[in-house]
Design a protein around this ligand. Sequence first.
Ligand SMILES: *Cc1c(COP(=O)(O)O)cnc(C)c1O
Length: 609
Amino acid sequence: MNNFGLDIWANKNFIIEDGEIKLNYKSMPSLLDIVNNIRANDVKGPLLLRFPHLVKRQIKTLYNYFEKAIEENNYKGKFKAVFPLKVNQFPAAVEAITSQGAKYNYGLEAGSKAELILAMSKVLDGANITVNGFKDEEMLTLGFIAAHSGQNITITIEGLNELETIIDVASKSNLKVPNIGIRVRLHSAGSGIWAKSGGMDAKFGLTSTEIIEAIKLLKDANLLEKLTMIHFHIGSQIADIAPLKKALREAGNIYAELKKMGADALSSINIGGGLAVEYDQHEKSHARNYSIDEFSSSVVFLLGEIMDRKNVTHPDIFTESGRFIVASHAVLITPVLELFTQDYQEKLLNFKDTNPPLVEELIELNRLLNNANCIEYLHDALDHMESLFTLFDLGYIDLQDRSNAEILVHNIIKKALYLKSANPTNELEQLQIKLQERYLINASVFQSLPDYWGLGQHFPVMPIHHLNTTPLRAASLWDITCDSDGEIGFDPDKPLYLHDVNIDEEDYFLAFFNIGAYQETLGMNHNLFTHPSEYTISINDSGYNITNAVESKSILEILESIGYDKHEILNQVKNKLANASFITEKEKNDTLLQLERFLYQNGYLRTTN
Ligand SMILES: *Cc1c(COP(=O)(O)O)cnc(C)c1O
């Protein structure tokens, strides 16, 4: 896995060149160069980099494929898309989405009051807003206010009670009534770990009986001309296209039936989100069994076929894909703070004038190891190690001898791995796994990769430099939280090998890719580690610009965000120091200044160079 599966997950967005990972766009900057630029301003801790051109690429891909399918199938409806805000509501992400989507009139979807207000404020003029999720009278009234302000808003009802409230608000206010959509509860469900949004027992949607009732209620209230949309969403990260096709047939037929029942204003089918992203780094498993080409063709073809058979005008097609649009745009860069087995460095060897004979032999094995003898010498070394442990237990050698032996054997194994790296024996592979290196990363899995913690979702990870040399250390990654769950353990089925670097002498940065969807808002402040420092990187022909810099919260801001008064905290710690009697005034003042400086720095570790 010398390229870390780049050809599987990177979609040609990144390439490896000169031993570094670079953006495959315009001036093609390397991630290391960007990281060094940002860190030159004394920013420490993890960095989240956003690349708006990757948002643009996804929006363009989505629209182009659907428009191509529409043309090829002689489909009469239009393609429209909205971005579901729950996937990423962060200001710089929303800015990238709306600015890059302007050409397509790309809209926004909201699932809560706060998201609705965000959508109303940030949506492009004339673009669509759709609203899903459970709603109360106030939230529905917000939808009326949006319609009244001239926005193109469709409120999808999840149950009859919501429709009753809409009818009620319409009758008692003079506000313009928004367009109404009905979320249908499908018989068919999706597949995969996120597929809980479809099926008979789904959390959302109206049954066929309720849909008939809804039409009756709308007719009675004279609001049937507001019913414009049928909506479904079978779950995120759709792995298999078959359930989607079933859902399309079901929803398409419901649409056609409703048209026949007199719902003349119905004009669109909203197929929700769910387009999958490739997170896999290993050839074995692939996240999905379809391409965007097949996805769009299937949707357009099936809907056209159903409508033609029932003699109904082709509806406009809405999608709400979120993960597909933003997953690739954000990259998390984490400095490595420590490699735990650096305790085994050769420079720590401390020989005596006379060493025990087995240690002398290890010294020779280590010195003479070469490609031809390495397996034999390795076996000898392992054998000697066992004997030396026994000698230690029996009191014949001391702790220094044992330490020397451990370092030597460790080195012999490492050398053997390097010598045989082109085709390691099974035994070497097993040793490699046993001799796992633990890399301490300056980040929190809970904050930055919550889906790894909660669902075991794998995110592609690789170093951003050193890529000219083969990584040989089986790696597990430890984060800086004091929680044993904050670990990405070595998985022999999805092995990660990293480089042997001396962190005291050089930086080593790992990057996690495809983290732009869901991870940011889902991230938890466990141990009070907050959202990493973030930057938007706009790449042009001659270089790149770094904008929208937001440094991770300072220690005082973190405490403030959970309800503490930051001035009180600052004063309390300062007073304790000021009242200490055993230090001089000068020391006191210096320490007070230092203390204050620490409290205004972000909460991540600062130990790397
Ligand atoms: C979450 C959600 C989406 C987005 O799903 P993705 O898998 O991110 O594309 C779209 N529509 C609805 C109703 C949702 O709840």
